[in-house]
Design a protein around this ligand. Structure first.
Ligand code: FES
Length: 160
């Protein structure tokens, strides 16, 4: 006479889980863990930061000490403003190659990213920039100077 496994177990021993059930439960727990892990990861993703962009039109006051041919770059703006005997004009400081902000220097502008150089009037003197820096619309009303970064004007347009 053979004894059945159930007969040899104590009543206090837990009921053995059949292998198929064990694999099914393991798969279920693994899927639940993966889902929980994924949801937790998605909750930790950074939220989109939507910042109000500053207006493209801004008023500026040029320093009294600004010499003819000297660039004035308003803080937080990618624009170089000049004043000479013919009037005031503004040149965009955004490189026409890939959009880096160029730095004014004694000869004009230099791009720190790939080395393009521009004359003070925005013309390209060394590539890879494909086009000159655009001139921007300037209006002078009652002594107040307004620059519109969104509107370009032909090169050489100066406002008295
Ligand atoms: S972004 Fe200015 S040279 Fe490339």
């Amino acid at each position: 006479m053979t004894t059945t496994p159930a007969a040899s177990r104590s009543r206090l021993d837990p009921e053995p889980v059949p292998r198929r059930d064990w694999l099914g439960l393991s798969s279920l727990w693994a899927a639940a863990g993966a889902l929980l892990f994924g949801v937790t990861g998605m909750l930790k993703l950074p939220k989109a930061a939507v910042l109000a962009s500053p207006s493209k039109k801004f008023k500026v006051t040029l320093p009294e000490s600004l010499a003819a041919g000297e660039a004035f770059v308003p803080p937080g703006r990618a624009v170089a403003i000049y004043k000479d005997a013919q009037g005031v004009y503004a040149v965009s400081s955004i490189c026409t190659h890939l959009g880096c902000v160029v730095k004014p220097n004694a000869e004009g502008f230099e791009c720190p990213c790939h080395g393009s150089r521009f004359a003070a009037n925005g013309e390209v003197t060394k590539g890879p920039a494909p086009r000159p820096l655009p001139w921007l619309k300037v209006t002078v009303a009652g002594g107040a100077i307004t620059v519109d970064e969104a509107t370009t004007v032909p090169q050489g347009t100066k406002v008295a």
